[in-house]
Design a protein around this ligand. Sequence first.
Ligand code: URP
Ligand code: ZN
Ligand code: ZN
Length: 470
Amino acid sequence: MKKMIKNGVIVTAADQYEADLLIENGKITKIGVHLDDAADEVIDVKGAYLFPGGIDPHTHLDMPFGGTVTADDFETGTIAAAFGGTTTVIDFCLTNKGEPLQNAINAWHDKSKNKAVIDYGFHLMIGEVNDAVLEEIPNVIEKEGITSFKVFMAYKNVFQADDATLFRTLLTAKEHGALVMVHAENGDVIDYLVTDALQKGHTDPIYHALTRPPEVEGEATGRAAALTGLANSQLYVVHVSCAEAAHKIAEARQKGFQVWGETCPQYLLLDQNDLEKPDFEGAKYVWSPPLREKWNQDVLWDALKNGQLQTIGSDQCSFNFNGQKDLGKDDFTKIPNGGPIIEDRFSLLFSEGVKKGRISIHQFVDLVSTRSAKLFGLFPQKGTIAVGSDADIVIFDPDKERTISAETHHMNVDYSAFEGVRVTGEPVSVLSRGEFVIRDRRFTGKPGSGQYIKRSRYNSTQTRQAISVQ
Ligand code: URP
Ligand code: ZN
Ligand code: ZN
Protein backbone atom coordinates (compact mmCIF):
# COMPACT_ATOMS: atom_id res chain seq x y z
CA MET A 1 0.00 0.00 0.00
CA LYS A 2 1.55 3.28 -1.17
CA LYS A 3 0.37 6.72 -0.14
CA MET A 4 1.47 9.97 -1.70
CA ILE A 5 1.06 13.22 0.24
CA LYS A 6 1.20 16.08 -2.26
CA ASN A 7 1.74 19.81 -1.89
CA GLY A 8 2.75 19.88 1.75
CA VAL A 9 5.15 22.23 3.49
CA ILE A 10 7.50 19.94 5.37
CA VAL A 11 8.69 21.47 8.63
CA THR A 12 11.38 19.78 10.70
CA ALA A 13 13.64 20.99 13.50
CA ALA A 14 16.02 22.22 10.81
CA ASP A 15 14.16 22.89 7.54
CA GLN A 16 11.00 24.17 5.92
CA TYR A 17 10.30 23.39 2.27
CA GLU A 18 7.53 22.45 -0.16
CA ALA A 19 7.60 18.84 -1.27
CA ASP A 20 5.67 15.66 -1.92
CA LEU A 21 6.15 12.62 0.20
CA LEU A 22 5.81 8.92 -0.63
CA ILE A 23 4.91 6.39 2.06
CA GLU A 24 5.34 2.64 1.71
CA ASN A 25 4.83 0.02 4.39
CA GLY A 26 4.66 2.61 7.12
CA LYS A 27 7.92 4.34 6.18
CA ILE A 28 8.75 7.49 4.25
CA THR A 29 10.45 6.22 1.10
CA LYS A 30 10.76 9.33 -1.02
CA ILE A 31 10.64 13.10 -0.61
CA GLY A 32 10.79 15.38 -3.62
CA VAL A 33 9.27 18.12 -5.69
CA HIS A 34 6.45 17.00 -8.01
CA LEU A 35 6.89 13.28 -7.41
CA ASP A 36 5.03 11.25 -10.01
CA ASP A 37 5.33 7.76 -8.53
CA ALA A 38 2.27 5.56 -8.72
CA ALA A 39 0.40 5.34 -5.41
CA ASP A 40 -2.76 3.65 -4.14
CA GLU A 41 -3.88 6.89 -2.60
CA VAL A 42 -2.94 10.49 -3.29
CA ILE A 43 -3.69 13.08 -0.60
CA ASP A 44 -3.44 16.71 -1.67
CA VAL A 45 -2.87 18.74 1.49
CA LYS A 46 -2.87 22.06 -0.39
CA GLY A 47 -0.03 23.82 1.37
CA ALA A 48 -0.69 22.54 4.90
CA TYR A 49 2.27 22.06 7.19
CA LEU A 50 3.62 18.53 7.57
CA PHE A 51 5.20 18.12 11.00
CA PRO A 52 6.84 14.98 12.38
CA GLY A 53 4.39 13.37 14.80
CA GLY A 54 4.67 14.71 18.31
CA ILE A 55 6.52 12.67 20.91
CA ASP A 56 5.22 13.08 24.42
CA PRO A 57 8.03 11.99 26.73
CA HIS A 58 5.98 12.14 29.93
CA THR A 59 2.62 10.41 30.42
CA HIS A 60 0.87 8.49 33.18
CA LEU A 61 -1.83 6.35 31.59
CA ASP A 62 -3.87 3.89 33.64
CA MET A 63 -1.67 4.60 36.65
CA PRO A 64 -2.65 4.05 40.28
CA PHE A 65 -1.86 7.24 42.20
CA GLY A 66 -3.23 9.23 45.13
CA GLY A 67 -5.71 6.54 46.17
CA THR A 68 -7.25 6.28 42.71
CA VAL A 69 -6.30 5.50 39.10
CA THR A 70 -5.75 8.01 36.29
CA ALA A 71 -8.90 8.54 34.25
CA ASP A 72 -7.27 8.00 30.86
CA ASP A 73 -5.99 4.58 29.95
CA PHE A 74 -3.90 3.60 26.95
CA GLU A 75 -6.94 3.71 24.69
CA THR A 76 -8.56 7.03 25.61
CA GLY A 77 -5.20 8.63 26.36
CA THR A 78 -3.61 7.72 23.04
CA ILE A 79 -6.75 8.63 21.06
CA ALA A 80 -6.67 12.06 22.70
CA ALA A 81 -2.91 12.28 22.05
CA ALA A 82 -3.47 11.51 18.36
CA PHE A 83 -6.18 14.17 18.06
CA GLY A 84 -3.60 16.55 19.48
CA GLY A 85 -0.85 15.66 16.99
CA THR A 86 1.12 13.22 19.13
CA THR A 87 2.09 9.89 17.57
CA THR A 88 4.36 8.45 20.26
CA VAL A 89 4.12 8.51 24.04
CA ILE A 90 6.64 7.32 26.60
CA ASP A 91 4.74 6.29 29.69
CA PHE A 92 6.03 5.81 33.23
CA CYS A 93 5.98 2.20 34.36
CA LEU A 94 5.72 2.08 38.15
CA THR A 95 7.59 -0.59 40.07
CA ASN A 96 7.03 -2.00 43.56
CA LYS A 97 9.91 -2.22 46.00
CA GLY A 98 11.03 -5.80 46.58
CA GLU A 99 9.49 -7.10 43.35
CA PRO A 100 11.28 -7.94 40.11
CA LEU A 101 11.32 -5.04 37.64
CA GLN A 102 10.04 -7.42 34.99
CA ASN A 103 6.75 -7.90 36.90
CA ALA A 104 6.04 -4.19 36.59
CA ILE A 105 7.01 -4.13 32.93
CA ASN A 106 4.72 -7.08 32.21
CA ALA A 107 1.87 -5.29 33.96
CA TRP A 108 2.46 -2.19 31.80
CA HIS A 109 2.50 -4.32 28.63
CA ASP A 110 -0.86 -5.78 29.72
CA LYS A 111 -2.33 -2.32 30.23
CA SER A 112 -1.23 -1.05 26.83
CA LYS A 113 -1.09 -3.95 24.38
CA ASN A 114 -4.56 -4.05 22.88
CA LYS A 115 -5.39 -0.46 23.60
CA ALA A 116 -2.85 2.00 22.28
CA VAL A 117 -3.69 3.60 18.93
CA ILE A 118 -0.24 5.17 18.51
CA ASP A 119 3.26 3.89 19.27
CA TYR A 120 4.56 3.90 22.81
CA GLY A 121 7.49 3.05 25.02
CA PHE A 122 8.10 2.92 28.76
CA HIS A 123 10.37 4.64 31.24
CA LEU A 124 10.94 2.50 34.33
CA MET A 125 10.73 3.75 37.91
CA ILE A 126 13.58 2.78 40.21
CA GLY A 127 12.36 2.94 43.80
CA GLU A 128 15.32 1.23 45.43
CA VAL A 129 18.62 -0.19 44.32
CA ASN A 130 19.80 -3.58 45.55
CA ASP A 131 21.72 -6.46 43.98
CA ALA A 132 18.62 -7.88 42.31
CA VAL A 133 17.68 -4.54 40.75
CA LEU A 134 21.23 -3.88 39.59
CA GLU A 135 21.35 -7.29 37.98
CA GLU A 136 18.05 -6.76 36.19
CA ILE A 137 18.76 -3.32 34.72
CA PRO A 138 21.07 -4.46 31.86
CA ASN A 139 18.51 -7.04 30.89
CA VAL A 140 15.70 -4.50 30.91
CA ILE A 141 17.76 -2.28 28.60
CA GLU A 142 18.71 -5.12 26.26
CA LYS A 143 15.50 -7.13 26.16
CA GLU A 144 12.82 -4.50 26.67
CA GLY A 145 14.53 -1.53 25.04
CA ILE A 146 13.82 0.55 28.13
CA THR A 147 16.67 3.04 28.22
CA SER A 148 15.43 5.59 30.73
CA PHE A 149 14.93 5.17 34.47
CA LYS A 150 12.95 7.44 36.75
CA VAL A 151 13.80 8.27 40.34
CA PHE A 152 11.36 10.22 42.47
CA MET A 153 12.97 12.59 44.98
CA ALA A 154 9.50 13.40 46.38
CA TYR A 155 6.25 11.66 47.40
CA LYS A 156 7.62 10.48 50.75
CA ASN A 157 6.46 7.02 51.79
CA VAL A 158 5.03 6.43 48.32
CA PHE A 159 7.51 6.68 45.43
CA GLN A 160 10.37 8.60 47.02
CA ALA A 161 13.83 7.07 46.74
CA ASP A 162 16.88 8.06 48.74
CA ASP A 163 20.02 9.74 47.41
CA ALA A 164 21.98 6.48 47.43
CA THR A 165 19.40 5.02 45.06
CA LEU A 166 19.66 8.04 42.79
CA PHE A 167 23.45 7.93 42.81
CA ARG A 168 23.68 4.21 42.12
CA THR A 169 21.07 4.52 39.37
CA LEU A 170 23.18 7.28 37.80
CA LEU A 171 26.28 5.06 37.92
CA THR A 172 24.44 2.10 36.44
CA ALA A 173 22.89 4.23 33.71
CA LYS A 174 26.32 5.55 32.80
CA GLU A 175 27.69 2.03 32.55
CA HIS A 176 24.89 0.61 30.43
CA GLY A 177 23.79 3.57 28.30
CA ALA A 178 20.59 4.86 29.85
CA LEU A 179 19.20 8.23 30.88
CA VAL A 180 18.16 8.88 34.49
CA MET A 181 15.05 10.99 34.98
CA VAL A 182 14.15 12.73 38.21
CA HIS A 183 11.09 14.23 39.77
CA ALA A 184 13.09 16.87 41.60
CA GLU A 185 11.47 18.12 44.80
CA ASN A 186 12.77 17.61 48.34
CA GLY A 187 10.18 15.16 49.67
CA ASP A 188 11.38 15.27 53.27
CA VAL A 189 11.04 19.04 53.55
CA ILE A 190 7.66 18.95 51.82
CA ASP A 191 6.51 16.32 54.32
CA TYR A 192 7.47 18.65 57.18
CA LEU A 193 5.75 21.67 55.62
CA VAL A 194 2.59 19.68 54.86
CA THR A 195 2.33 18.34 58.43
CA ASP A 196 2.80 21.84 59.76
CA ALA A 197 0.12 23.30 57.44
CA LEU A 198 -2.43 20.64 58.36
CA GLN A 199 -1.75 21.16 62.06
CA LYS A 200 -2.60 24.81 61.55
CA GLY A 201 -5.88 23.84 59.86
CA HIS A 202 -4.79 24.86 56.35
CA THR A 203 -6.68 22.50 54.06
CA ASP A 204 -7.46 24.48 50.85
CA PRO A 205 -5.85 23.66 47.47
CA ILE A 206 -3.60 26.75 47.61
CA TYR A 207 -1.67 25.08 50.45
CA HIS A 208 -0.53 22.47 47.96
CA ALA A 209 1.60 25.22 46.39
CA LEU A 210 2.56 26.88 49.66
CA THR A 211 3.92 23.63 51.10
CA ARG A 212 6.02 22.91 47.99
CA PRO A 213 7.86 26.22 47.51
CA PRO A 214 10.29 26.76 44.61
CA GLU A 215 13.26 26.32 46.96
CA VAL A 216 12.45 22.61 47.45
CA GLU A 217 12.45 22.10 43.69
CA GLY A 218 15.60 24.16 43.18
CA GLU A 219 17.41 22.31 45.97
CA ALA A 220 16.50 18.86 44.65
CA THR A 221 17.36 19.84 41.08
CA GLY A 222 20.75 21.14 42.18
CA ARG A 223 21.38 18.01 44.25
CA ALA A 224 20.48 15.68 41.37
CA ALA A 225 22.67 17.70 39.02
CA ALA A 226 25.61 17.59 41.44
CA LEU A 227 25.29 13.82 41.81
CA THR A 228 25.16 13.52 38.02
CA GLY A 229 28.40 15.45 37.72
CA LEU A 230 30.01 13.28 40.41
CA ALA A 231 28.89 10.11 38.63
CA ASN A 232 29.83 11.56 35.24
CA SER A 233 26.42 10.37 34.16
CA GLN A 234 23.35 11.84 32.44
CA LEU A 235 20.17 13.32 33.86
CA TYR A 236 16.79 14.50 32.57
CA VAL A 237 14.76 16.64 34.96
CA VAL A 238 11.04 16.25 34.35
CA HIS A 239 8.41 18.98 34.71
CA VAL A 240 10.62 21.97 35.57
CA SER A 241 8.25 24.58 36.98
CA CYS A 242 10.26 27.53 38.24
CA ALA A 243 13.27 29.80 37.94
CA GLU A 244 15.12 28.11 40.84
CA ALA A 245 15.12 24.75 39.03
CA ALA A 246 15.77 26.18 35.57
CA HIS A 247 18.79 28.08 36.93
CA LYS A 248 20.21 24.94 38.55
CA ILE A 249 19.98 23.14 35.22
CA ALA A 250 21.65 26.02 33.38
CA GLU A 251 24.40 26.12 36.02
CA ALA A 252 25.06 22.38 35.66
CA ARG A 253 25.13 22.64 31.89
CA GLN A 254 27.56 25.53 32.17
CA LYS A 255 29.88 23.18 34.07
CA GLY A 256 29.59 20.70 31.20
CA PHE A 257 27.33 18.23 33.00
CA GLN A 258 24.89 16.30 30.86
CA VAL A 259 21.72 17.63 32.41
CA TRP A 260 18.60 18.03 30.31
CA GLY A 261 15.29 19.60 31.30
CA GLU A 262 11.64 19.34 30.38
CA THR A 263 8.84 21.75 31.13
CA CYS A 264 5.12 21.44 30.48
CA PRO A 265 2.39 23.71 29.05
CA GLN A 266 0.82 24.15 32.48
CA TYR A 267 3.95 25.82 33.88
CA LEU A 268 4.23 28.08 30.84
CA LEU A 269 0.62 29.20 30.80
CA LEU A 270 -1.06 28.73 34.20
CA ASP A 271 -0.01 30.10 37.57
CA GLN A 272 -0.40 29.80 41.30
CA ASN A 273 -3.49 32.05 41.35
CA ASP A 274 -5.42 29.27 39.63
CA LEU A 275 -5.19 27.25 42.85
CA GLU A 276 -7.26 29.91 44.60
CA LYS A 277 -10.28 29.57 42.33
CA PRO A 278 -13.49 29.36 44.39
CA ASP A 279 -15.71 26.33 45.00
CA PHE A 280 -12.74 23.98 45.20
CA GLU A 281 -12.01 24.64 41.48
CA GLY A 282 -8.39 25.18 42.54
CA ALA A 283 -8.12 21.37 42.81
CA LYS A 284 -8.14 21.20 39.01
CA TYR A 285 -4.76 22.94 39.09
CA VAL A 286 -2.97 20.69 41.57
CA TRP A 287 0.24 19.42 40.02
CA SER A 288 3.53 18.54 41.63
CA PRO A 289 5.62 20.61 41.38
CA PRO A 290 2.86 23.17 41.83
CA LEU A 291 1.99 26.05 39.54
CA ARG A 292 4.19 29.04 40.36
CA GLU A 293 3.98 32.81 40.54
CA LYS A 294 3.41 34.12 37.04
CA TRP A 295 6.82 35.72 36.56
CA ASN A 296 8.39 32.25 36.38
CA GLN A 297 6.73 31.74 33.00
CA ASP A 298 9.05 34.22 31.28
CA VAL A 299 12.06 32.41 32.73
CA LEU A 300 10.80 29.10 31.36
CA TRP A 301 10.02 30.51 27.90
CA ASP A 302 13.51 32.04 27.81
CA ALA A 303 15.06 28.72 28.81
CA LEU A 304 13.19 27.00 25.97
CA LYS A 305 14.28 29.64 23.52
CA ASN A 306 17.92 29.61 24.53
CA GLY A 307 18.13 25.82 24.73
CA GLN A 308 18.59 25.45 28.49
CA LEU A 309 15.39 23.39 28.61
CA GLN A 310 15.04 20.92 25.78
CA THR A 311 11.60 19.32 25.71
CA ILE A 312 7.91 19.79 26.38
CA GLY A 313 6.11 16.92 28.10
CA SER A 314 2.45 16.87 29.00
CA ASP A 315 2.82 15.04 32.33
CA GLN A 316 -0.61 13.68 31.38
CA CYS A 317 -2.06 12.40 34.65
CA SER A 318 -5.80 12.96 34.45
CA PHE A 319 -8.33 12.72 37.26
CA ASN A 320 -11.99 13.70 37.10
CA PHE A 321 -13.00 16.74 39.12
CA ASN A 322 -16.08 14.90 40.35
CA GLY A 323 -15.20 11.65 42.03
CA GLN A 324 -11.41 11.96 42.03
CA LYS A 325 -10.08 15.49 42.62
CA ASP A 326 -12.84 15.92 45.24
CA LEU A 327 -11.21 13.21 47.39
CA GLY A 328 -9.33 16.21 48.74
CA LYS A 329 -12.29 18.47 49.47
CA ASP A 330 -11.36 18.76 53.14
CA ASP A 331 -7.64 18.12 52.87
CA PHE A 332 -5.44 19.34 50.01
CA THR A 333 -3.03 16.42 50.52
CA LYS A 334 -5.74 14.04 49.32
CA ILE A 335 -6.27 15.80 45.98
CA PRO A 336 -4.76 13.47 43.35
CA ASN A 337 -1.87 15.31 41.73
CA GLY A 338 -1.97 15.82 37.98
CA GLY A 339 -4.06 16.95 35.08
CA PRO A 340 -5.23 16.25 31.51
CA ILE A 341 -2.92 17.83 28.90
CA ILE A 342 -1.95 15.10 26.43
CA GLU A 343 -4.33 16.42 23.77
CA ASP A 344 -3.40 20.08 24.02
CA ARG A 345 0.39 20.00 24.48
CA PHE A 346 1.17 20.37 20.76
CA SER A 347 -1.44 23.03 19.89
CA LEU A 348 -0.79 25.11 23.00
CA LEU A 349 2.90 25.25 22.24
CA PHE A 350 2.31 26.15 18.60
CA SER A 351 -0.25 28.79 19.43
CA GLU A 352 1.43 30.35 22.46
CA GLY A 353 4.98 29.72 21.28
CA VAL A 354 5.20 30.07 17.51
CA LYS A 355 2.18 32.27 16.84
CA LYS A 356 3.12 34.66 19.63
CA GLY A 357 6.74 34.85 18.47
CA ARG A 358 8.29 33.29 21.58
CA ILE A 359 9.98 30.43 19.71
CA SER A 360 10.64 29.66 16.07
CA ILE A 361 8.70 27.00 14.19
CA HIS A 362 11.85 24.82 14.14
CA GLN A 363 12.28 25.15 17.89
CA PHE A 364 8.64 24.11 18.20
CA VAL A 365 9.31 20.87 16.28
CA ASP A 366 12.44 20.24 18.30
CA LEU A 367 10.58 20.76 21.58
CA VAL A 368 7.49 18.69 20.84
CA SER A 369 9.15 15.90 18.90
CA THR A 370 12.77 15.80 17.72
CA ARG A 371 14.68 16.32 20.95
CA SER A 372 12.65 13.69 22.79
CA ALA A 373 13.43 11.27 19.95
CA LYS A 374 17.13 12.02 20.31
CA LEU A 375 17.25 11.88 24.10
CA PHE A 376 15.17 8.75 24.43
CA GLY A 377 16.64 6.58 21.68
CA LEU A 378 13.94 6.94 19.03
CA PHE A 379 15.79 9.03 16.44
CA PRO A 380 15.82 8.82 13.40
CA GLN A 381 13.01 6.25 13.38
CA LYS A 382 10.86 8.96 14.90
CA GLY A 383 11.08 12.69 15.52
CA THR A 384 11.72 13.85 11.97
CA ILE A 385 10.45 13.68 8.41
CA ALA A 386 13.14 11.92 6.42
CA VAL A 387 13.51 9.01 4.03
CA GLY A 388 13.62 5.85 6.14
CA SER A 389 11.78 7.33 9.11
CA ASP A 390 8.41 6.09 10.27
CA ALA A 391 5.60 7.92 8.49
CA ASP A 392 4.35 9.56 11.70
CA ILE A 393 3.05 12.78 10.24
CA VAL A 394 0.81 15.62 11.37
CA ILE A 395 -1.06 17.51 8.64
CA PHE A 396 -1.45 20.87 10.32
CA ASP A 397 -3.50 23.97 9.53
CA PRO A 398 -1.55 26.84 11.13
CA ASP A 399 -4.40 29.31 10.91
CA LYS A 400 -7.39 27.31 12.14
CA GLU A 401 -8.73 28.68 15.42
CA ARG A 402 -10.58 26.75 18.08
CA THR A 403 -11.49 26.95 21.74
CA ILE A 404 -10.27 24.27 24.14
CA SER A 405 -13.09 22.74 26.15
CA ALA A 406 -13.99 19.60 28.08
CA GLU A 407 -17.13 19.54 25.92
CA THR A 408 -15.10 18.78 22.82
CA HIS A 409 -11.86 17.20 24.00
CA HIS A 410 -11.26 13.46 23.76
CA MET A 411 -9.63 12.86 27.13
CA ASN A 412 -11.75 10.78 29.47
CA VAL A 413 -12.07 13.50 32.03
CA ASP A 414 -14.77 15.97 33.06
CA TYR A 415 -12.81 19.23 32.89
CA SER A 416 -10.05 21.01 31.04
CA ALA A 417 -7.44 23.08 32.83
CA PHE A 418 -7.47 25.25 29.68
CA GLU A 419 -11.25 25.62 29.39
CA GLY A 420 -12.12 28.52 27.09
CA VAL A 421 -8.55 29.14 25.89
CA ARG A 422 -8.41 30.06 22.18
CA VAL A 423 -5.65 28.40 20.18
CA THR A 424 -4.53 28.99 16.63
CA GLY A 425 -3.34 25.99 14.64
CA GLU A 426 -4.88 22.54 14.48
CA PRO A 427 -3.72 19.02 13.63
CA VAL A 428 -6.24 18.25 10.89
CA SER A 429 -5.08 14.72 10.11
CA VAL A 430 -2.52 12.48 11.77
CA LEU A 431 -0.75 9.41 10.41
CA SER A 432 0.93 6.78 12.52
CA ARG A 433 3.35 4.61 10.52
CA GLY A 434 1.54 5.64 7.34
CA GLU A 435 -2.01 4.93 8.51
CA PHE A 436 -4.51 7.67 9.29
CA VAL A 437 -5.35 7.69 12.98
CA ILE A 438 -7.12 11.03 12.64
CA ARG A 439 -8.55 12.04 9.29
CA ASP A 440 -10.15 15.45 8.90
CA ARG A 441 -10.69 15.58 12.68
CA ARG A 442 -12.35 12.15 12.85
CA PHE A 443 -10.80 9.18 14.65
CA THR A 444 -9.97 6.46 12.12
CA GLY A 445 -7.50 4.41 14.15
CA LYS A 446 -7.83 1.08 15.89
CA PRO A 447 -7.12 0.19 19.52
CA GLY A 448 -4.14 -2.13 19.55
CA SER A 449 -2.60 -0.74 16.36
CA GLY A 450 -0.01 1.19 18.36
CA GLN A 451 3.27 -0.69 18.63
CA TYR A 452 5.54 -0.99 21.64
CA ILE A 453 8.87 0.57 20.66
CA LYS A 454 12.15 -0.75 21.99
CA ARG A 455 14.45 2.23 22.28
CA SER A 456 18.19 2.58 21.65
CA ARG A 457 20.68 3.20 24.40
CA TYR A 458 21.68 6.68 25.44
CA ASN A 459 24.91 7.66 23.75
CA SER A 460 26.54 10.70 25.36
CA THR A 461 28.56 11.88 22.41
CA GLN A 462 25.85 11.42 19.84
CA THR A 463 23.13 12.95 21.98
CA ARG A 464 25.18 16.02 22.81
CA GLN A 465 26.07 16.55 19.19
CA ALA A 466 22.55 15.89 17.99
CA ILE A 467 20.85 18.38 20.26
CA SER A 468 21.87 21.69 18.89
CA VAL A 469 20.58 25.03 20.08
CA GLN A 470 19.08 27.32 17.42
O1 URP B 1 1.27 16.21 39.64
C1 URP B 1 1.84 15.43 38.89
N1 URP B 1 2.92 15.84 38.29
N2 URP B 1 1.34 14.20 38.71
C2 URP B 1 1.92 13.15 37.99
C3 URP B 1 2.98 12.43 38.75
C4 URP B 1 4.29 13.13 38.65
O2 URP B 1 4.82 13.55 39.66
O3 URP B 1 4.80 13.29 37.55
ZN1 ZN C 1 6.64 14.03 38.89
ZN1 ZN D 1 4.64 12.88 35.77
